[in-house]
Design a protein around this ligand. Structure first.
Ligand code: ATP
Length: 278
């Protein structure tokens, strides 16, 4: 684990952060403004890169986040840049698990804030979850920048700034969480999480849903529900499943969760990466 996957290392890019409520539309459209037609075969990949680049310029994502993105892209390429069936099953189990939760929290870092802010806010609303900014290398500036960014995209309550509790077993800054957020959560969605912290959250007996394109990374391996998919596809797909399951009874939701097999899902992703067609 390099400790860079949330890509939030340096303070250097924080000065011009903050889309601010009034800058929301302009900022998002700027983040999405690329000189490539939607019909271009690499459109989604190029748009993703542009969002990350814009995230760096806005002080939301760090330069380390660019590296994490590059690594993710390589795995996505090998997966065929699509949601494979085992990932879809994981996304459905994640939706059921979030609907079953008493206190679900969606953890947000610099990469996911840049890539899927609207989609995270929507998922939080559909499953009634809290959003908590949670950075590997925490700085006040970046915490504020990401919280502002989420609010600009419609989030009403953004946790993470109080930092009045600690994840046991992690050193001071990395372990900071909100007492009424991740600390208290029974189910946590952690996209692109650091392996140490994923393990430490697991030690707290939380049900952990991890989104990560690398099935060999430690975080999906310690997750209750590993989702090997691009966060850009995974978050809206979880939301779609959650909408569809909104009226399902507890037995049905529990059955969906029970039938999901994490080891099988990881093996299926590895199989696609090793033997998929180019
Ligand atoms: P390891 O645990 O193997 O040391 P790491 O987690 O430290 O790796 P980083 O490059 O720091 O590696 O983290 C980036 C992780 O996030 C990688 O596993 C990468 O596949 C994943 N990732 C990057 N972008 C995305 C994305 N858009 N969607 C899902 N996962 C992504």
């Amino acid at each position: 684990m390099t400790g860079s996957e949330d890509g939030l290392e340096d303070k250097g890019e924080t000065e011009n952060e903050g889309d601010g409520a009034n800058g929301n539309e302009a900022s998002r459209s700027e983040a999405d403004r690329i000189d490539v037609p939607e019909s271009h075969p690499r459109y989604e990949s190029l748009l993703t890169r542009h969002r990350i680049e814009h995230g760096v310029e806005a002080g939301i994502t760090s330069k380390q986040g660019l590296i994490a993105q590059g690594r993710g892209e390589a795995f996505d390429y090998l997966l065929g840049e699509e949601t494979i069936p085992s990932a879809d099953a994981a996304e459905r189990a994640a939706a059921a698990q979030l609907l079953l939760a008493d206190h679900p929290v969606l953890s947000v870092n610099g990469n996911v804030a840049a890539l899927v802010p609207d989609e995270l806010v929507e998922l939080a609303a559909v499953v009634d979850a809290a959003l908590e900014v949670n950075l590997f290398n925490r700085t006040d500036e970046r915490m504020e920048a990401i919280a502002d960014h989420l609010r600009a995209h419609g989030a009403e309550d953004v946790k993470g700034l109080a930092a009045d509790a600690r994840i046991p077993g992690l050193e001071h800054e990395r372990g900071k969480v909100d007492a009424d957020g991740i600390y208290e959560a029974d189910v946590v969605l952690v996209p692109l999480e650091d392996g140490d912290r994923a393990a430490a959250l697991g030690e707290m007996d939380k049900v952990e849903i991890v989104i990560d394109l690398n099935p060999a990374s430690r975080s999906p391996r310690v997750a209750t529900i590993p989702i090997v998919d691009n966060v850009i596809r995974a978050v809206p797909t979880i939301t779609a499943h959650a909408r569809e399951l909104a009226d399902a009874d507890t037995d049905t939701l529990e059955r969906i969760v029970d039938e999901f097999d994490a080891d099988e899902a990881l093996a299926a992703a590895e199989e696609r990466i090793r033997n998929g067609e180019f």
